[in-house]
Design a protein around this ligand. Structure first.
Ligand code: AHR
Length: 491
């Protein structure tokens, strides 16, 4: 049995972990919105105002803090006026990015805010810079947030919503370096400055987010920060975990061996280097860290499930994906002075999803459970720590055998630890907890195999179970099996 030692080093001035690091992303892509969320008021699937009850219930249980919508690449082709007013009068469009399917615009602005209200989360809307005008973007913000008597606010009222909605975040374009317009950073910096000018604050302060770099495009960050820092509140980083870090995605979501496992975890851990290097550039231009780095798309991107539409990005989700989520949270926590939001891609039926649906059936994925295990960290104060553990070597990739994080609130402590070792167990001991503290909950997520996943016939194969913990010589101690994520709450 391997051993790992976690030493907590609480600091009174350590930053808090914004709940928004545990944010989500829902795009008009495949069955994320349609069927995954929106079934319509006449559906036999139980729904409230057209939105599936089972999915909302599952998402509420995650204390889901914030939701980004309508894309993604779709955002830069989305014309919001198509998606308001009586549904039978809304025009259908062709979803050119994602599967070439007909988009009937039945899920639009009102439905999105209804969804946020049902979940109880903040709204993050991404505007269209690539193919939309400044006026269109500006009017959308007016429609959503103006309390005044003005043309767009009156139209919103006419469409059934008297009060403005609360809009916490607004993204000025998506991936403007790619599907959002293939722009150079110098050009986008100017476009960003122009568009954001007309994202007006109608009595509420909207956090404005600029399109940031793709993965390791440090030049993008440099140009944006040198030309537009004072006009933005956040800069969005996109990074996907892809086998061997090579595009297009290869391998399989469920059929993989130790080599692919190690390569995937190695790719996930690369997030640390990306954040470190982008943050260093931001520090140069913004030493007070006013502008946040928002990782508003992240997660695993595997080839689609065989037999499914390649444009729908539908993939299964195994214990490996849960481990990717856990190490990503641990990394976010370490950079919480600069990173203020994360949005996993995507919430339902697309990429590294929380839930999968099949007609009336729904299942929670291992990634869902990783989010669930980390709920104790939302809003808590980060507790710096060190981990001493042997490295895990094999198949050309060295991984830490244990990744961990901790936080505290006035009510208690949360310690999370993952065993990344694919074959061996590890005994973990945690020092630095206050004397007399008691365990209130200890749960572990693992499966019979790394490839284990939930199916509609076995929806609960991978699900957290109680973890046995003990105090030995004043230290918290527990045994973790291979490929396991654990969270222990203490008070
Ligand atoms: O999440 C899928 C796609 O990945 C998004 O639409 C785009 O922003 C990114 O390239």
């Amino acid at each position: 049995m391997r051993r790992a030692t976690i030493t907590l080093q609480p600091k009174d001035d350590a930053p808090h972990i914004p709940a928004d690091l545990y944010g989500h992303f829902a795009e008009h892509l495949g069955h994320c919105i349609y069927e995954g969320l929106w079934v319509g008021e006449d559906s036999k699937i139980p729904n409230t105002k057209g939105i599936r009850n089972d999915v909302v219930k599952a998402l509420k249980e995650l204390n889901l803090p914030v939701l980004r919508w309508p894309g993604g690449c779709f955002a830069d082709e989305y014309h919001w006026k198509d998606g308001v007013g009586p549904r039978d009068k809304r025009p259908s469009i062709y979803n050119t990015h994602w599967g070439g399917v007909v988009e009937n615009n039945h899920f639009g602005t009102h439905e999105f805010f209804e969804l946020c209200e049902q979940i109880g989360c903040e709204a993050y809307v991404c505007g269209n810079v690539g193919s939309g005008s400044v006026q269109e973007m500006s009017q959308w913000v007016e429609y959503m947030t103006s309390p005044a008597k003005s043309p767009m606010a009156d139209w919103r009222r006419q469409n059934g919503r008297e009060e403005p909605w609360k809009l916490k975040y607004f993204g000025v374009g998506n991936e403007s370096w790619g599907c959002g317009g293939e722009m150079r950073p110098e050009y986008y910096a100017d476009e960003y400055r122009r568009y954001q000018t007309f994202v007006r604050n109608y009595g509420q302060r909207i956090t404005k987010i600029a399109c940031g770099p793709n993965t390791a495009d440090y030049n993008w960050t440099e140009v944006m920060m040198s030309r537009a820092t004072r006009f933005m509140d956040g800069l969005a980083l996109h990074y996907y975990t892809i086998l061997d870090q090579k595009w297009p995605p290869s391998g399989s979501a469920t059929q993989f061996g130790e080599k692919e496992y190690r390569s995937t975890m190695h790719a996930a851990l690369h997030m640390d280097e990306l954040i470190t290097k982008h943050s260093a550039i931001m520090d140069k231009h913004d030493p007070d860290k006013r502008v946040a780095l928002m990782v508003d798309e992240w997660g695993t991107w595997h080839p689609v499930e065989p037999g499914t539409n390649p444009g729908f990005l539908f993939q299964q989700n195994t214990v490996r994906d849960a481990l990717v989520a856990a190490v990503t949270f641990d990394i976010f926590h370490r950079h919480v002075d600069r990173v203020k939001m994360g949005n996993i891609a995507q919430m339902i039926n697309v990429l590294q999803a929380m839930v999968l649906t099949d007609g009336p059936r729904m299942l929670r994925t291992p990634t869902y459970w990783a989010f669930h295990l980390y709920k104790g960290h939302h809003g808590a104060q980060f507790v710096p720590l060190t981990v001493k553990a042997e490295e895990s070597n094999g198949e050309g990739h060295t991984l830490p055998s244990v990744s961990a994080t901790a936080s505290r609130t006035a009510k208690g402590w949360t310690v999370s630890a993952s065993c990344l070792e694919p074959k061996e167990c590890v005994t973990v001991s945690v020092s630095g907890l206050p004397v007399g503290v008691k365990v209130t909950s200890a749960r572990v997520l693992t499966g019979p195999a790394l490839q284990s996943h939930n199916t509609f016939d076995r929806p609960d194969l991978v699900k957290p179970k109680d973890l046995e913990v003990r105090f030995a010589g004043g230290e918290l101690e527990f045994d973790l099996g291979p490929f396991a994520v654990a969270s222990i709450e203490l008070a």
